[in-house]
Design a protein. Structure first.
Length: 189
């Protein structure tokens, strides 16, 4: 099964994501927009898990990742990957958070045995927390889109409290991926 561990966002932020997408759509780009109800912060993605893997990972998350309690996330600004002349992914940024980074490192360690070979090298990639809101499909009106992103690069988006992690299954469907919660991990002590 394709699965991932993520932080989900409250409805008020998902409404805000939708408003931001609506503003960007006015620039007329060809972008595949992420359904705002499905926008989340992925901490680890697994391509092929068996049911027993899911049980093992869930047990490890419960044992190792839930000790620091809930924390606050501040979402701010927009950008793209790559940030140069040919953006492919449009994202909303997340301000630095020591608790988020620590949690990310723990989840990465738990997931490492199930990751892709390039993730098993032990190399620590820099953590750039962000939420993807769209994927650019062509260069149509890209200059207008880039300008709008640049104008909003430092705008506050919202703040939320993170009270749980969710282990999702991702099923690829004709209309796009659908996510189904397999397990919820409370951060409330």
């Amino acid at each position: 099964m394709r699965c991932f561990i993520a932080i989900d966002f409250p409805d008020r932020l998902k409404i805000r994501f939708s408003e931001i997408q609506a503003e960007l759509k006015k620039t007329g780009p060809e972008v595949k927009w992420v359904n705002p109800r499905q926008i989340h912060l992925t901490l680890y993605f697994f391509k092929n898990l068996r049911p027993e893997d899911i049980q093992w990972i869930s047990r490890k998350v419960e044992e190792e990742a839930l000790n620091d309690g809930p924390f606050e996330l501040a979402l701010k600004g927009m950008g793209s990957f790559p940030p140069s002349h040919d953006p492919r992914v449009i994202w909303i940024g997340i301000e630095d958070s020591l608790k988020l980074t620590a949690l990310y490192r723990i989840i990465q360690k738990i997931g490492q045995p199930f990751g892709e070979e390039d993730l098993k090298t032990g190399r620590e990639e820099p953590f750039v927390p962000h939420v993807t809101i769209g994927r650019v499909q062509s260069r149509k009106n890209i200059h207008l889109l880039k300008q709008k992103i640049k104008e909003s690069a430092h705008d506050p988006v919202g703040i939320c409290q993170v009270n749980e992690l969710i282990f999702f299954e991702s099923r690829l469907c004709q209309q796009g991926p659908e996510y189904f919660p397999l397990n919820r991990f409370s951060l409330l002590l």
